[in-house]
Design a protein around this ligand. Structure first.
Ligand code: FE2
Ligand code: FE2
Length: 325
């Protein structure tokens, strides 16, 4: 952070700001990045840690629904693709935990918060994957929604997060295309395969729209996050962008999106769509979705099973630093 106070949009209007606050706001106003060494308000640090941790947890938990199909992929090619995709999600989780560490968060503490339910992850991963078509639909819709959410985050004001997002978005776009290609292949297959694709689309469409979070009117943190340029668009703007992008893809694929109110609005220049069931969203977010307990139990077991690896690594590191001393 190097900006002189005069760069700040608020310079002169907020006499109560300290020099450090002026520098922080100046950096944000001039579209430069806040870096780990820079001073930042506590509330900004806390918001960033919460958002990055929640994002990291989502990547890690997000491995489970698709990982469920690795052993049952219908061909070696599909298995290799799916393994690569699931492995990418692990990588995304690790970049993001590292980004959270640059803010002073402790990785062990973040993991504990995940497995005790103190921190959340995206509610989309609390739905089950019933057939192999779900793998395709997750790539198409869930990774597609993630891209809509994450592309603007490449310009997020916190440097390490913005830079992690650039690489993550490149991989997400591979995920989205592999899902769509899988669905195109199934749609060219048998009637039963086409029905599987339609059924998976019916089940994942509405939860995908929920991925953008509650409507703007019910999203109290949005305003502050926009002011700090952590967020660039509101939840409703991003949801609309996703719908507009996805409808033509559904048409090309030959599936029907399960919303009778979905139609082009010439005046708005956007698609109109039906109301999301926010009660369902609240139920799933608060722990009562179809797979919440299973996802956390699985993550907890993996963490406990890995204890010996962490202990061995710590013992090895201690031995090396002893030898070097
Ligand atoms: Fe990811
Ligand atoms: Fe992904």
């Amino acid at each position: 952070m190097t900006g002189p106070a005069a760069d700040s949009a608020d310079a002169g209007q907020r006499p109560e700001l300290t020099g450090l606050e002026h520098d922080f706001e100046g950096t944000i106003a001039s579209e430069r990045r806040i870096e780990p060494r820079d001073w930042m308000p506590d509330a900004y640090r806390k918001t960033m840690i919460r958002q990055i941790a929640q994002h990291a947890h989502s990547e890690i938990i997000g491995m489970q629904p698709e990982g469920n199909w690795v052993t049952r992929a219908p061909s070696l090619r599909r298995k290799a693709i799916l393994l690569a995709k699931v492995q990418d999600e692990a990588g995304h989780g690790l970049y993001l935990y590292s980004a959270a560490e640059t803010l002073g968060a402790d990785r062990e503490d973040l993991t504990n918060r995940l497995i005790t339910g103190a921190q959340k992850y995206s509610s989309i991963f609390n739905y089950p994957t019933l057939t192999f078509a779900d793998v395709g639909v997750i790539g198409w819709l869930v990774d597609g929604a993630a891209i809509c959410n994450q592309v603007p985050l490449c310009r997020s004001s916190y440097g390490p997060y913005a830079r992690a997002m650039i690489r993550i978005c490149k991989e997400e776009s591979f995920h989205q295309r592999q899902g769509y290609e899988l669905l195109l292949t199934m749609m060219r297959g048998t009637e039963a395969q086409r029905e599987m694709v339609q059924d998976a689309t019916n089940r994942w469409w509405w939860p995908s729209l929920m991925m953008f979070g509650p409507p703007d009117a019910a999203s109290p943190n949005t305003e502050q996050s926009m002011r700090w340029r952590i967020k660039r668009h509101t939840n409703d703007e991003l949801r609309q962008r996703f719908v507009d992008m996805t409808v033509p893809q559904a048409e090309a694929l030959g599936v029907t999106l399960p919303d009778p109110q979905l139609r082009w609005n010439d005046t708005r220049g956007n698609y109109d769509f039906g109301a999301v069931d926010w009660d369902e969203f609240k139920r799933v977010v608060s722990g009562n979705g179809p797979c919440n307990a299973q996802r956390i139990a699985h993550r907890r077991a993996a963490h406990e099973d890995g204890a010996w690896v962490r202990e061995a690594a710590a013992a090895h590191a201690a031995k090396r630093s002893e030898a070097a001393a």
